[in-house]
Every structure is written in structure tokens, then in C-alpha cells.
Design a protein around this ligand. Structure first.
Ligand code: XMP
Length: 430
């Protein structure tokens, strides 16, 4: 890392992430480290220009009062404390720092350069990846999600054909999603991409399974098995690329424990398939990952896409998955996305999708009684997915979507709009 860094030492604050983000917004790279970091470990971090002691009110970590190693005070780094007074610091603050105070500390006291930007970051990572990987090969499960797509683009830039991407289509992808992964990575970026259509295999395993947790387990487990089979066919691969991002690593305010992201489902590979990890995004917050993707030339539709659960449409085709209802979910979701885009709502609403319950209701089509499925539309806004509010979608837009779903999707005679906030309802239905 050639860029200057301000280190935040976590003395039990819940605001570490907010402070790190504030510093990065000033254009200076910032990382959170545990309070008990040794002077040696601190010196090994490159280009540290200053330290923020971030202690909240009582400087408590895991129930015990804490302080940093006293030897750190003598390392010569400028320090600022965001908590109660600490005698040997440059400056004391009682509350969260305002932007001006941080700016003064970062630029006037620490003399840090505002050189944190995606262009420099990519240059750094490309060099680091080349150093780590040499002339060996990296395997990557490319789901088409934001993180794995940006990792792929970064690795392609760094090592080209030494990256082997495996895209598993579990049959629960949105309409045209696998096609767009192939178009972007194989046709445009010339990636070494293996496409596995495992639709039949997944739907076979899921047949008759109605329990949501069981469905998730089957999808996750089967994903690992398919990926493992592909990995075993390949030879001479030493590394596994992963889309780990900074929030995956800063688990909470008090621990900086390292975690391997589990929802990308490759954490469960068998012991004998041992890979060294390549995680070029592990320093980035989500919005920085997106900015990085844009800088790497990925299309906006891929980089700014809404969150999509790992088990895909499988948890939106409620109960035991059937092909006709899965198609109804996929087609109605495509219509919803198309109309949201036309209405400009795709840039405004955090997450929106359709679900199809596993029961039918009575309707009338062509002057005859019918017995068909129902589509439920959900459109929510949230900051952290822990709570969510419902988007007040314009009535005309809802009417257009409803009419299109009723006209274009077979087996559907009813469309509903979900008005439930989270809590008590979760965002997804299963
Ligand atoms: P809930 O339904 O728990 O969803 O309110 C919160 C957010 O998480 C997403 N979600 C998942 N993502 N694997 C994922 O990768 C999953 O199994 C999963 N379940 C829910 C959901 O789409 C929402 O954004």
C-alpha cells in the first residue's frame, strides 16, 4: 500500500466505522485495529501517518476497561483521542469529531496526503496480486454479484488468463442474469470462464422441499459440491479468489477478528482442496467496491445492482419449488425491474422483487373461472437491512406493473403489494 494511512485503535467505541469512513472521505486511507496492537505490528503497517484512539465513553472492550500499550505513545506517531482526556495526546475531544477537527488532525498534524482513490488502490492491488500469485493460478466462484464481479475484474486486470472463473447457474437466477455474466466476462473482458448449467441438478434436489431453511441448506450445499467438482477437474490451482469486503472483517466495534465470508458458499470446501486466499477488496466498504468496479470498467447495471440473496429466486418461489411458479417469479421480477427502471425507481429504491406463494386463488379469464397463482410485489428502503420501510410507489406505476404481469405471465390472476415494514416482516418471505 503506497497510500498514507491513519490508524484507528478500537478502545470500545461503536463509531469506529463511522470515523474510518469520515477519514476516507477526506481522501486519506484509514484502517481499524484492535487496542492491543503491538508497536511492532503497528510499524509493519506501511505509511502510517497518525493514530486515532477511539474509546467511546468508558473505553471498555468485552466488559473490561482498556488502554493501549504504553509503548505506543513513544512510537512518534501523532495521536488524537476521541473519548475522555488522555494526557499524552496531541488533542482531546469529548464527543465525536467534526469534519474540520479530523481534517486538521489528518492534514495539519499528520501531514497525510489525500491520495486514497480507486485509481491508486487498483494500481496497488494489481501489484500485490502479481506479487502474491506469481505465475500460478487463481480460482474464483463468479456469481455475478457485485463483490465477486469486482474481484473478477481486478484479477483479470492483474493476471489475465491465470484466473479461472466458474459461474454456476443454479437455475434460480434472475432473467438473463447468467447470460450477462457470460457477456461481460467472457465476451468483453475475455476471462477464462467455465459456465456450469446445474439447473436440473438443483431443481431435482429441491423437488418437494418446502421448509425454507432446508431449501437454503440444499442450495448452499449443492453449490459447494458443484464448485468442488469443477475445482477437481482443474489442475495446478493454488489460490482461491474471494469477495471479502471490509465490513466482513470488522465484525463489530470491539473485535477485529478475521472471518471468511460464508454466504458465497465456498468456505465449506473439503480439507484436501486447500487454497491460499486472494482477497483484493478486503479493505473496501461497499460503496468503495462499487466505485472500484466502475473504475475497472464494469457496467453500471452490474456494479449498482440491488442486493440479491445467495439462494436466489429459490426463496421467492415460496414453499416447495415448482417450475411453473419459478417461471412466474422470474418473469414477474423482470417486468417489475423493467417498469421500475422506466419510472426511475431503480435508482431510488433499495430492494424490490416479486414472490409467488404456493397456493392458488380464484379468478376469471376469458369469461371463464380460473384457479391461478398470485404475485406479491415488495419494494423497500433500508440503510442496513436490519429494519426497512415500504416504498410509496406511485399508483400509476403499480397499475402498469400489475397489468403487465396479468397479461404476460401465465398462471397468474392476482397481484398484491406488500405493505409490511421490517420488523415485524423480514425483507424476504422465507
Ligand atoms: P431479511 O429477509 O432477513 O433480508 O430481512 C435481509 C437482507 O438479506 C438478504 N438475504 C440473503 N442474502 N443469502 C444472502 O446472501 C440469504 O440466504 C439471504 N436471505 C436474505 C435479503 O435479500 C435482504 O437484502
Amino acid at each position: 500500500m503506497k497510500q498514507d494511512m491513519i490508524v484507528i485503535l478500537d478502545l470500545g467505541s461503536t463509531e469506529n466505522t463511522a470515523v474510518a469512513r469520515q477519514i476516507r472521505e477526506l481522501g486519506v486511507y484509514s484502517e481499524i485495529h484492535p487496542h492491543d496492537i503491538t508497536p511492532q505490528a503497528l510499524k509493519e503497517l506501511e505509511n502510517v501517518k497518525g493514530i486515532v484512539l477511539n474509546g467511546g465513553e468508558n473505553r471498555v472492550v468485552d466488559g473490561a476497561a482498556v488502554d493501549i500499550d504504553p509503548a505506543l505513545y513513544d512510537c512518534g506517531y501523532p495521536m488524537i483521542a476521541i473519548d475522555h482526556p488522555t494526557a499524552r495526546c496531541e488533542k482531546r475531544l469529548e464527543t465525536l469529531p467534526d469534519k474540520e477537527t479530523l481534517r486538521e488532525f489528518v492534514f495539519d498534524t499528520c501531514h497525510a496526503q489525500a491520495n486514497w482513490n480507486m485509481k491508486n488502490f487498483i494500481e496497488d492491488q494489481v501489484e500485490l496480486i502479481r506479487r502474491q500469485v506469481g505465475d500460478r493460478k487463481v480460482l474464483l466462484a463468479l456469481s455475478g454479484g457485485v463483490d465477486s464481479s469486482v474481484v473478477a475484474a481486478m484479477l483479470i486486470k492483474a493476471i489475465g488468463k491465470q484466473l479461472v472463473c466458474v459461474h454456476v447457474n443454479h437455475g434460480l437466477m434472475r432473467k438473463h442474469e447468467s447470460e450477462s455474466v457470460i457477456e461481460v466476462f467472457k465476451n468483453q473482458l475475455h476471462a477464462n470462464l467455465i459456465y456450469v448449467d446445474a439447473t436440473e441438478r438443483f431443481l431435482g434436489k429441491l423437488a418437494g422441499v418446502a421448509d425454507p431453511e432446508q431449501k437454503r441448506k440444499i442450495i448452499g450445499g449443492e453449490f459447494i459440491r458443484v464448485f468442488e467438482e469443477e475445482a477437481r477437474k482443474l489442475e495446478g490451482i493454488d489460490f482461491l479468489g474471494q469477495g471479502t469486503i471490509y465490513p466482513d472483517i470488522i465484525e463489530s466495534g470491539t473485535k477485529t477478528a478475521r472471518m471468511v465470508k460464508s454466504h458465497h458458499n465456498v468456505g465449506g470446501l473439503p480439507e484436501d482442496l486447500k487454497f491460499e486466499l486472494v482477497e483484493p477488496l478486503k479493505q473496501l466498504f461497499k460503496d468503495e467496491v462499487r466505485a472500484c468496479g466502475v473504475e475497472l470498467g464494469l457496467p453500471a447495471s452490474m456494479v449498482y445492482r440491488q442486493p440479491f440473496p445467495g439462494p436466489g429466486l429459490g426463496v421467492r418461489c415460496l414453499g416447495a419449488i415448482t417450475r411453473d411458479r419459478l417461471e412466474a417469479v422470474r418473469e414477474s421480477d423482470a417486468i417489475l425491474r423493467d417498469e421500475f427502471e422506466k419510472a426511475g425507481l431503480d435508482k431510488k429504491v433499495w430492494q424490490y422483487f416479486t414472490v409467488v406463494p404456493d397456493f392458488k386463488s380464484v379468478g376469471v379469464k376469458n369469461n371463464a373461472r380460473c384457479f391461478d397463482y398470485m404475485v406479491i410485489i415488495r419494494a423497500i428502503n433500508t440503510v442496513d437491512a436490519m429494519s426497512a420501510t415500504v416504498e410509496r410507489v406511485d399508483w400509476d406505476v403499480l397499475e402498469r406493473i400489475t397489468n403487465r404481469i396479468l397479461a404476460e405471465v401465465g398462471n397468474v390472476c392476482r397481484v398484491c403489494y406488500d405493505m409490511s415494514p421490517k420488523p415485524p416482516a423480514t425483507i424476504e418471505f422465507e
